[in-house]
Write a protein that binds this ligand. Structure first.
Ligand SMILES: [Fe+2]
Ligand SMILES: [Fe+2]
Length: 343
Protein backbone atom coordinates (compact mmCIF):
# COMPACT_ATOMS: atom_id res chain seq x y z
CA UNK A 1 0.00 0.00 0.00
CA UNK A 2 1.37 3.42 -0.97
CA UNK A 3 0.97 6.01 1.78
CA UNK A 4 -0.01 9.46 0.51
CA UNK A 5 -0.08 12.61 2.61
CA UNK A 6 -2.39 15.30 1.16
CA UNK A 7 -1.89 18.88 2.35
CA UNK A 8 -4.39 21.57 1.34
CA UNK A 9 -5.86 24.42 3.36
CA UNK A 10 -9.22 23.94 1.60
CA UNK A 11 -10.81 20.84 3.18
CA UNK A 12 -12.94 20.26 0.10
CA UNK A 13 -9.93 19.88 -2.19
CA UNK A 14 -8.24 17.63 0.34
CA UNK A 15 -11.34 15.44 0.36
CA UNK A 16 -11.53 15.43 -3.45
CA UNK A 17 -7.91 14.36 -3.80
CA UNK A 18 -8.32 11.72 -1.14
CA UNK A 19 -11.46 10.47 -2.88
CA UNK A 20 -9.70 10.28 -6.24
CA UNK A 21 -6.92 8.20 -4.76
CA UNK A 22 -9.08 5.94 -2.61
CA UNK A 23 -9.48 2.32 -3.68
CA UNK A 24 -6.44 2.61 -5.92
CA UNK A 25 -4.03 1.02 -3.49
CA UNK A 26 -3.36 4.37 -1.84
CA UNK A 27 -3.72 5.00 1.84
CA UNK A 28 -4.33 8.72 2.24
CA UNK A 29 -4.03 11.10 5.17
CA UNK A 30 -5.40 14.61 4.65
CA UNK A 31 -4.23 17.64 6.67
CA UNK A 32 -4.87 21.37 6.23
CA UNK A 33 -1.68 23.06 7.38
CA UNK A 34 2.07 22.68 7.45
CA UNK A 35 2.35 21.94 11.16
CA UNK A 36 -0.02 18.98 10.91
CA UNK A 37 1.80 17.81 7.79
CA UNK A 38 5.12 17.93 9.65
CA UNK A 39 3.62 15.88 12.47
CA UNK A 40 2.47 13.18 10.05
CA UNK A 41 5.86 13.16 8.31
CA UNK A 42 7.59 12.65 11.65
CA UNK A 43 5.28 9.94 12.87
CA UNK A 44 4.54 7.78 9.85
CA UNK A 45 6.33 6.68 6.73
CA UNK A 46 5.13 8.63 3.73
CA UNK A 47 5.68 7.59 0.13
CA UNK A 48 4.04 10.46 -1.73
CA UNK A 49 3.30 14.02 -0.60
CA UNK A 50 0.55 15.83 -2.54
CA UNK A 51 0.83 19.42 -1.44
CA UNK A 52 -0.85 22.71 -2.22
CA UNK A 53 1.65 25.45 -2.80
CA UNK A 54 -0.28 28.31 -1.16
CA UNK A 55 -1.43 27.28 2.26
CA UNK A 56 -3.10 30.33 3.88
CA UNK A 57 -0.19 32.58 4.69
CA UNK A 58 2.43 29.85 4.36
CA UNK A 59 4.02 28.32 1.33
CA UNK A 60 3.91 24.56 0.84
CA UNK A 61 7.43 24.89 -0.52
CA UNK A 62 8.85 24.42 2.99
CA UNK A 63 7.58 20.85 2.99
CA UNK A 64 9.73 20.01 -0.05
CA UNK A 65 12.74 20.88 2.08
CA UNK A 66 11.53 18.98 5.15
CA UNK A 67 14.19 16.65 6.53
CA UNK A 68 12.01 13.56 6.32
CA UNK A 69 10.95 14.38 2.76
CA UNK A 70 14.60 14.74 1.71
CA UNK A 71 15.97 11.78 3.65
CA UNK A 72 13.17 9.34 2.76
CA UNK A 73 13.09 10.60 -0.81
CA UNK A 74 9.34 11.20 -0.51
CA UNK A 75 7.86 11.82 -3.96
CA UNK A 76 6.32 15.31 -3.99
CA UNK A 77 3.48 16.35 -6.29
CA UNK A 78 2.64 20.03 -6.04
CA UNK A 79 -0.85 21.43 -6.66
CA UNK A 80 -1.23 25.08 -7.51
CA UNK A 81 -3.95 27.50 -8.42
CA UNK A 82 -1.50 29.18 -10.72
CA UNK A 83 -0.64 27.45 -13.99
CA UNK A 84 2.40 29.66 -14.42
CA UNK A 85 5.35 27.92 -16.02
CA UNK A 86 7.89 29.71 -13.76
CA UNK A 87 6.10 28.42 -10.64
CA UNK A 88 6.09 24.89 -12.04
CA UNK A 89 9.77 25.18 -12.98
CA UNK A 90 10.58 26.45 -9.52
CA UNK A 91 8.90 23.59 -7.63
CA UNK A 92 10.50 21.00 -9.92
CA UNK A 93 13.83 22.71 -9.41
CA UNK A 94 13.31 22.49 -5.65
CA UNK A 95 12.94 18.72 -5.88
CA UNK A 96 9.23 18.10 -6.54
CA UNK A 97 8.52 15.20 -8.88
CA UNK A 98 5.48 16.73 -10.58
CA UNK A 99 3.16 19.70 -10.76
CA UNK A 100 -0.59 19.81 -11.33
CA UNK A 101 -2.48 23.06 -11.97
CA UNK A 102 -5.90 23.55 -10.42
CA UNK A 103 -8.45 22.73 -11.54
CA UNK A 104 -7.33 19.22 -12.46
CA UNK A 105 -9.22 16.05 -13.26
CA UNK A 106 -9.01 12.88 -11.16
CA UNK A 107 -7.17 11.25 -14.05
CA UNK A 108 -4.54 13.99 -14.16
CA UNK A 109 -4.01 13.71 -10.44
CA UNK A 110 -3.88 9.91 -10.50
CA UNK A 111 -1.39 9.93 -13.34
CA UNK A 112 0.83 12.45 -11.53
CA UNK A 113 0.75 10.52 -8.24
CA UNK A 114 1.34 7.18 -9.96
CA UNK A 115 4.25 8.56 -12.01
CA UNK A 116 5.77 10.10 -8.88
CA UNK A 117 5.38 6.84 -6.95
CA UNK A 118 6.94 4.78 -9.75
CA UNK A 119 9.82 7.21 -10.16
CA UNK A 120 10.46 7.15 -6.44
CA UNK A 121 10.50 3.36 -6.40
CA UNK A 122 12.99 3.32 -9.27
CA UNK A 123 15.20 5.87 -7.53
CA UNK A 124 15.08 3.94 -4.24
CA UNK A 125 15.96 0.71 -6.04
CA UNK A 126 18.84 2.46 -7.79
CA UNK A 127 20.04 3.93 -4.53
CA UNK A 128 19.94 0.51 -2.88
CA UNK A 129 21.85 -1.03 -5.78
CA UNK A 130 24.45 1.76 -5.62
CA UNK A 131 24.87 1.29 -1.87
CA UNK A 132 25.25 -2.47 -2.36
CA UNK A 133 27.84 -1.86 -5.05
CA UNK A 134 29.73 0.64 -2.91
CA UNK A 135 29.70 -1.84 -0.04
CA UNK A 136 31.00 -4.58 -2.32
CA UNK A 137 33.74 -2.36 -3.72
CA UNK A 138 34.80 -1.31 -0.21
CA UNK A 139 34.80 -4.91 0.94
CA UNK A 140 36.86 -6.12 -2.04
CA UNK A 141 39.28 -3.20 -1.68
CA UNK A 142 39.85 -4.07 1.96
CA UNK A 143 40.37 -7.74 1.10
CA UNK A 144 42.79 -6.83 -1.65
CA UNK A 145 44.76 -4.45 0.49
CA UNK A 146 45.00 -7.03 3.29
CA UNK A 147 46.17 -9.66 0.82
CA UNK A 148 48.58 -7.21 -0.77
CA UNK A 149 49.94 -6.23 2.63
CA UNK A 150 50.50 -9.89 3.52
CA UNK A 151 52.32 -10.55 0.24
CA UNK A 152 54.42 -7.42 0.70
CA UNK A 153 55.34 -8.48 4.23
CA UNK A 154 56.24 -11.97 3.04
CA UNK A 155 58.49 -10.44 0.35
CA UNK A 156 60.10 -8.18 2.89
CA UNK A 157 60.84 -11.02 5.31
CA UNK A 158 62.22 -13.19 2.54
CA UNK A 159 64.51 -10.43 1.33
CA UNK A 160 65.66 -9.66 4.86
CA UNK A 161 66.43 -13.36 5.41
CA UNK A 162 68.33 -13.45 2.14
CA UNK A 163 70.31 -10.36 3.21
CA UNK A 164 71.15 -12.03 6.52
CA UNK A 165 72.29 -15.16 4.66
CA UNK A 166 74.55 -13.01 2.47
CA UNK A 167 76.04 -11.41 5.59
CA UNK A 168 76.91 -14.81 7.00
CA UNK A 169 79.00 -15.71 3.99
CA UNK A 170 80.69 -12.45 3.21
CA UNK A 171 81.18 -9.94 5.93
CA UNK A 172 82.67 -9.80 9.38
CA UNK A 173 80.24 -7.06 10.29
CA UNK A 174 77.26 -8.56 12.00
CA UNK A 175 73.87 -7.61 10.59
CA UNK A 176 75.51 -5.48 7.93
CA UNK A 177 72.55 -5.68 5.51
CA UNK A 178 70.00 -4.80 8.15
CA UNK A 179 72.17 -1.95 9.46
CA UNK A 180 72.67 -0.38 6.04
CA UNK A 181 68.96 -0.80 5.21
CA UNK A 182 67.96 1.05 8.36
CA UNK A 183 70.59 3.77 8.01
CA UNK A 184 69.69 4.30 4.34
CA UNK A 185 66.05 4.89 5.26
CA UNK A 186 67.07 7.45 7.88
CA UNK A 187 69.27 9.36 5.45
CA UNK A 188 66.54 9.19 2.79
CA UNK A 189 64.05 10.72 5.18
CA UNK A 190 66.55 13.46 6.12
CA UNK A 191 66.93 14.01 2.36
CA UNK A 192 63.15 14.49 2.11
CA UNK A 193 62.22 11.24 0.42
CA UNK A 194 58.93 9.97 1.78
CA UNK A 195 57.32 8.06 -1.08
CA UNK A 196 56.64 4.60 0.42
CA UNK A 197 57.47 2.74 -2.80
CA UNK A 198 60.80 4.53 -3.19
CA UNK A 199 61.64 3.81 0.44
CA UNK A 200 60.70 0.16 -0.06
CA UNK A 201 63.01 -0.04 -3.12
CA UNK A 202 65.79 1.52 -1.06
CA UNK A 203 65.31 -0.97 1.78
CA UNK A 204 65.24 -3.97 -0.54
CA UNK A 205 68.18 -2.70 -2.57
CA UNK A 206 70.19 -2.15 0.62
CA UNK A 207 69.38 -5.63 1.93
CA UNK A 208 70.42 -7.22 -1.36
CA UNK A 209 73.23 -4.87 -2.43
CA UNK A 210 75.91 -7.57 -2.48
CA UNK A 211 73.75 -10.42 -3.77
CA UNK A 212 76.11 -10.67 -6.76
CA UNK A 213 78.81 -11.98 -4.42
CA UNK A 214 77.01 -15.32 -4.58
CA UNK A 215 78.88 -15.70 -7.86
CA UNK A 216 82.33 -14.92 -6.40
CA UNK A 217 84.40 -17.95 -5.29
CA UNK A 218 84.92 -18.39 -1.53
CA UNK A 219 88.69 -18.53 -2.01
CA UNK A 220 88.61 -14.89 -3.11
CA UNK A 221 85.72 -13.63 -1.04
CA UNK A 222 86.98 -15.03 2.24
CA UNK A 223 90.68 -14.48 1.60
CA UNK A 224 92.12 -12.99 4.80
CA UNK A 225 94.79 -10.79 3.21
CA UNK A 226 94.69 -8.14 0.48
CA UNK A 227 93.51 -9.28 -2.96
CA UNK A 228 95.65 -9.39 -6.09
CA UNK A 229 94.66 -7.16 -9.00
CA UNK A 230 93.16 -10.16 -10.79
CA UNK A 231 91.14 -11.17 -7.72
CA UNK A 232 89.98 -7.60 -7.23
CA UNK A 233 88.74 -7.56 -10.84
CA UNK A 234 86.67 -10.68 -10.14
CA UNK A 235 85.19 -9.24 -6.94
CA UNK A 236 84.33 -6.05 -8.80
CA UNK A 237 82.00 -7.94 -11.10
CA UNK A 238 79.54 -8.47 -8.24
CA UNK A 239 77.36 -5.36 -8.88
CA UNK A 240 76.70 -6.38 -12.49
CA UNK A 241 76.25 -10.00 -11.49
CA UNK A 242 73.79 -8.99 -8.78
CA UNK A 243 71.80 -6.69 -11.06
CA UNK A 244 71.54 -9.53 -13.58
CA UNK A 245 70.43 -11.92 -10.83
CA UNK A 246 67.50 -9.81 -9.67
CA UNK A 247 66.81 -8.31 -13.10
CA UNK A 248 64.19 -10.93 -13.88
CA UNK A 249 62.25 -10.35 -10.65
CA UNK A 250 59.53 -7.78 -11.23
CA UNK A 251 59.01 -6.62 -7.65
CA UNK A 252 62.75 -5.96 -7.26
CA UNK A 253 63.02 -3.77 -10.36
CA UNK A 254 63.30 -0.61 -8.22
CA UNK A 255 66.13 -2.12 -6.17
CA UNK A 256 68.35 -2.85 -9.18
CA UNK A 257 69.92 0.63 -9.28
CA UNK A 258 71.35 0.12 -5.79
CA UNK A 259 72.64 -3.35 -6.56
CA UNK A 260 74.31 -2.21 -9.78
CA UNK A 261 75.60 1.21 -8.72
CA UNK A 262 76.53 0.92 -5.04
CA UNK A 263 80.25 1.07 -5.86
CA UNK A 264 80.06 4.12 -8.11
CA UNK A 265 81.90 7.15 -6.76
CA UNK A 266 80.75 10.75 -7.02
CA UNK A 267 83.94 11.78 -8.84
CA UNK A 268 83.47 9.06 -11.47
CA UNK A 269 86.25 6.74 -10.33
CA UNK A 270 83.91 3.98 -9.13
CA UNK A 271 82.59 0.89 -10.89
CA UNK A 272 81.00 -0.77 -12.84
CA UNK A 273 79.98 2.18 -15.06
CA UNK A 274 82.19 5.04 -13.81
CA UNK A 275 79.13 7.29 -13.45
CA UNK A 276 79.70 10.84 -12.18
CA UNK A 277 77.71 13.01 -9.73
CA UNK A 278 73.99 12.90 -10.32
CA UNK A 279 74.38 10.35 -13.10
CA UNK A 280 74.54 7.92 -10.21
CA UNK A 281 70.97 7.11 -9.15
CA UNK A 282 70.04 8.92 -5.93
CA UNK A 283 69.22 5.76 -3.98
CA UNK A 284 72.65 4.36 -4.83
CA UNK A 285 74.31 7.63 -3.72
CA UNK A 286 72.47 7.43 -0.39
CA UNK A 287 73.29 3.78 0.04
CA UNK A 288 77.00 4.24 -0.73
CA UNK A 289 77.39 6.40 2.40
CA UNK A 290 75.72 3.90 4.73
CA UNK A 291 77.62 0.95 3.25
CA UNK A 292 80.91 2.68 4.04
CA UNK A 293 79.76 3.92 7.45
CA UNK A 294 78.68 0.49 8.67
CA UNK A 295 82.03 -0.99 7.64
CA UNK A 296 83.92 1.89 9.26
CA UNK A 297 82.00 1.48 12.52
CA UNK A 298 82.38 -2.31 12.61
CA UNK A 299 85.86 -2.65 11.14
CA UNK A 300 86.95 -5.24 8.61
CA UNK A 301 89.48 -8.01 8.97
CA UNK A 302 92.48 -5.90 8.16
CA UNK A 303 91.14 -2.57 9.33
CA UNK A 304 90.38 -1.71 12.92
CA UNK A 305 87.18 0.11 13.82
CA UNK A 306 87.17 3.91 14.04
CA UNK A 307 85.54 6.03 16.71
CA UNK A 308 82.18 7.52 15.77
CA UNK A 309 83.76 10.96 15.47
CA UNK A 310 86.43 9.58 13.16
CA UNK A 311 83.73 7.95 11.03
CA UNK A 312 81.93 11.28 10.68
CA UNK A 313 85.19 13.02 9.76
CA UNK A 314 86.08 10.32 7.25
CA UNK A 315 82.69 10.60 5.53
CA UNK A 316 82.86 14.41 5.55
CA UNK A 317 86.32 14.25 3.95
CA UNK A 318 84.98 12.08 1.14
CA UNK A 319 82.16 14.46 0.21
CA UNK A 320 82.51 15.32 -3.48
CA UNK A 321 85.03 12.53 -4.17
CA UNK A 322 83.47 9.29 -2.98
CA UNK A 323 80.11 10.61 -1.82
CA UNK A 324 77.38 13.03 -2.90
CA UNK A 325 77.95 16.16 -0.73
CA UNK A 326 74.18 16.65 -0.21
CA UNK A 327 73.82 13.08 1.05
CA UNK A 328 76.84 13.62 3.31
CA UNK A 329 75.11 16.73 4.67
CA UNK A 330 72.05 14.62 5.51
CA UNK A 331 74.28 11.98 7.11
CA UNK A 332 76.04 14.57 9.26
CA UNK A 333 72.68 16.01 10.37
CA UNK A 334 71.89 12.70 12.10
CA UNK A 335 73.37 11.54 15.37
CA UNK A 336 75.50 8.46 14.82
CA UNK A 337 75.67 5.59 17.33
CA UNK A 338 77.45 2.23 17.28
CA UNK A 339 74.26 0.55 16.01
CA UNK A 340 73.55 3.12 13.30
CA UNK A 341 71.77 6.37 13.97
CA UNK A 342 70.52 7.33 17.40
CA UNK A 343 66.77 7.97 17.32
FE1 LIG B 1 79.34 -4.40 -2.88
FE1 LIG C 1 78.07 -3.79 1.92
Amino acid sequence: MTRVLVVDDEPMIGALVSGALANRHFETTVVNDIKSAEKVLEQANTDVLVCDINLDSESGMVLIDHERVRNDRVAVVVMSGSADLPVAMDVIHRGAFDFVAKPFSSEELLRAVNDAKNRRNRELAEQERRLELEFLVRERTEELSTAFGAVEEAYDRTIEALGAALDLRDTETEQHCRNVAEMSLRIASAYGINDPLTLRDLRWGALLHDIGKIGIPDAILRKPGPLTAEERKIVNTHPVLGARLIGEIDFLSGAITIVRHHHERYDGTGYPDGLTGEEIPLLARIFAVTDAVDVLIGGRVYQSALTLQEVREEVARSAGTHFDPTVVGCFLSLELGTQGFVA
